[in-house]
Design a binder for this molecule. Structure first.
Ligand code: NAD
Length: 268
C-alpha cells in the first residue's frame, strides 16, 4: 500500500487526485491540505470529496501528515509547492509535482530543494502528451528550418499562468529537435506591426476559454502545407492517473529529479 498526501485537495486537480487515490486498491489517502482559511480545512476529506469518511481531516499544514506519507502529491501554486518541497526534503519524503508557473528564480530554488529526495516533476502527467513531446521533437528534427513552428494552447478561464507548462515543454522539444535555444527564439503572441516572421522564431499562443481541460497544438508550416500535432484532454483524469502512476514509481526510486518519460520507460 502506497500512502499518499494530496496538497491543495480542494483544487480542480486535488479533488480528482483525492478521489482516484481513495478508489485505488493499492493506494491510501493518509493526508490532505488546503490553504489557510479554506472552508475544507477541518472537514473529513472523504466527505469533502463526495466519498465515505476517511478519518483524515484536511489541514493547512503538511507537517501534520509528513511522517505518515510515502509520497506527497502537489498540484497547487509555486509558492505553496516550494514550501511543501522544503518540508518533504527535511523529512526525506518523496514527491510528485505537477504545479506549473514557476518564475525562473523559484524554479532554481525548487530544483535545489528536491535534489535531496526522489521527485517526479512534469509539466504534463498524461501518457499521451508525453508521447506527443517525443513526436514533436522528432518532427522538428526531420522538417528542419524550412518549416515555421507555432504552439497554440487552450485552457479554462481560471488558469493563472500562460503559456501553459506543457506548451513550454512542447516549444522546448521543437527547439531541441531543431538545435535551437527555446528561450531565445520564443515569441509570445504578436501585436502591431511586428514585421515578417523570422525563420527561427517559435510562436507561442495562449487561449483562455470556458472550461477546457487542456488542448495543445504544434503546427509546422511551409509554403503549400502545414502539419498539426494535437493533444486534447477531455477531463483531468489523464493528469491525475498519470500522477498516481508516478507516485507508485517514485516510492521505490533513489533521490533525484525524474520526468514522466522516466516513469513511462520504467513501466515497460
Ligand atoms: P486550482 O486553483 O483549482 O487548485 C489549486 C489548489 O491549491 C487550490 O484549491 C488552492 O486553494 C490550493 N492551495 C493554494 N495554496 C495552498 C497551500 N499553501 N497549501 C495547500 N493548498 C494550497 O488549480 P488546478 O487547476 O488544480 O491546477 C493546480 C496546478 O497544477 C497549476 O499550476 C496547474 O497549471 C497545474 N496542472 C498541472 C498538470 C500537469 O499534468 N502537470 C495538469 C493540470 C494542472
Amino acid at each position: 500500500m502506497t500512502k499518499i498526501v494530496v496538497t491543495g485537495i480542494a483544487g480542480r486537480m486535488g479533488q480528482r487526485l483525492g478521489s482516484l487515490t481513495v478508489e485505488a486498491d493499492d493506494l491510501s489517502l493518509v493526508g490532505a491540505t488546503e490553504r489557510e482559511n479554506h472552508s475544507s480545512v477541518g472537514c473529513d476529506v472523504g466527505q469533502f470529496l463526495g466519498e465515505r469518511n476517511q478519518g483524515v481531516l484536511v489541514s493547512n499544514n503538511l507537517e501534520d501528515f509528513i511522517e505518515l506519507a510515502d509520497v506527497v502529491i502537489a498540484f497547487t501554486s509555486p509558492e505553496a509547492t516550494l514550501r511543501d518541497a522544503k518540508i518533504c526534503a527535511e523529512n526525506d519524503t518523496a514527491m510528485v509535482v505537477g504545479t506549473t508557473g514557476f518564475e525562473s528564480v523559484q524554479l532554481e530554488e525548487f530544483k535545489r530543494t528536491i535534489a535531496k529526495i526522489p521527485c517526479v516533476f512534469a509539466s504534463n502527467f498524461s501518457t499521451a502528451m508525453n508521447v506527443l513531446f517525443q513526436l514533436v521533437e522528432q518532427a522538428a528534427s526531420q522538417l528542419g528550418d524550412d518549416y515555421d513552428v507555432e504552439v497554440i494552447e487552450m485552457h479554462h478561464h481560471f488558469k493563472v499562468d500562460a503559456p501553459s507548462g506543457s506548451a513550454i515543454t512542447l516549444g522546448e522539444k521543437a527547439a531541441s529537435g531543431l538545435g535551437r535555444n527555446f528561450s531565445e527564439q520564443a515569441i509570445h503572441g504578436r501585436e502591431g506591426v511586428v514585421g515578417e516572421r523570422s525563420r527561427k522564431e517559435i510562436g507561442m499562443h495562449a487561449v483562455r476559454i470556458g472550461d477546457v481541460a487542456g488542448v495543445h497544438k504544434v503546427l509546422f508550416g511551409a509554403p503549400g502545407e502545414y502539419v498539426e500535432l494535437c493533444h486534447t484532454a477531455t477531463n483531468r483524469d489523464a493528469f491525475a492517473l498519470g500522477a498516481l502512476r508516478a507516485a507508485r514509481f517514485i516510492k521505490h526510486a533513489d533521490s533525484g529529479l525524474y520526468s514522466m518519460e522516466d516513469v513511462i520507460k520504467a513501466d515497460k
